[in-house]
Write a protein that binds this ligand. Structure first.
Ligand SMILES: [Ca+2]
Length: 220
């Protein structure tokens, strides 16, 4: 019997390895909601004429199971997470991401952020710590005001106006990522600036997540 022990041990180890490997293979498929997204100061829907439904309905990540941790990780210092978020979203100022723990097959992001986007696909989405996808992400909240709550204010309007009137290739204000800062972007900006709509949350506690957020290469 003693001579059988090593063989049985090897079989047991193989069985454990096979069991451990199976979930990884089965869970490799996630679905993502395209390659662009727009955030604001509210952390809410941006349903307005001209905005693609994939943006207005929030950014969905699917193929999940309950308990999966999904993060939208922003490129520091270009885009930074607001310290507070809406719904089940939780911000990490240290990691510069917004996180949702899944309670089903899908999570939906409406991130509250501020900053000047680069136009690059430098916002990344991770599932359980693995980077799975990259998107171009802009924020209608462009400037973090020196005091007061995080909100789209006259400071942001002044910044948007500079691009709308004089630098129409500016990726930071090309919210719909169609190559030009145009009337569609203005319409979206105006919606957030006026914060119109019944019961709409207009602002976060304060925008100021730290400026010392981690290099993108380290964020997961
Ligand atoms: Ca602002």
């Amino acid at each position: 019997m003693a001579s059988r022990a090593p063989a049985m041990l090897r079989v047991g180890v193989l069985a454990i390895l096979a069991f451990a490997a199976f979930p990884t293979l089965a869970r490799a498929v996630h679905t993502f909601d395209g390659d662009i997204m727009v955030g604001n100061a509210r952390g809410g829907s941006m349903s307005v004429a001209g905005v693609p439904p994939t943006i207005a309905d929030g950014y969905e990540v699917g193929g999940l199971v309950s308990g999966d941790v999904v993060r939208m990780i922003f490129p520091c210092p270009a885009i930074r997470a607001h310290a507070t978020q809406s719904g089940s979203q939780v911000a990490s100022c240290l990691g510069n991401y917004v996180e949702i723990t899944s309670s089903g097959a899908t999570v939906v992001f409406f991130p509250a952020t501020f900053g000047l986007a680069t136009g690059l696909p430098d916002t990344r989405i991770s599932v359980n710590g693995l980077i799975e996808h990259a998107i171009r992400y802009t924020s209608v909240d462009l400037i973090c005001e020196p005091a007061g709550p995080g909100r789209v204010t006259a400071f942001d309007f002044n910044r948007f106006r500079q691009s709308f009137l004089g630098n129409t290739s500016d990726p930071a204000c090309d919210f719909l990522s169609d190559g030009a800062v145009d009337a569609f972007d203005f319409n979206l900006f105006r919606r957030e600036y006026l914060c119109s709509g019944p019961g709409v949350v207009c602002e976060q506690t304060q925008c100021d997540c730290p400026a010392n957020c981690p290099p993108p290469s380290l964020a997961r």
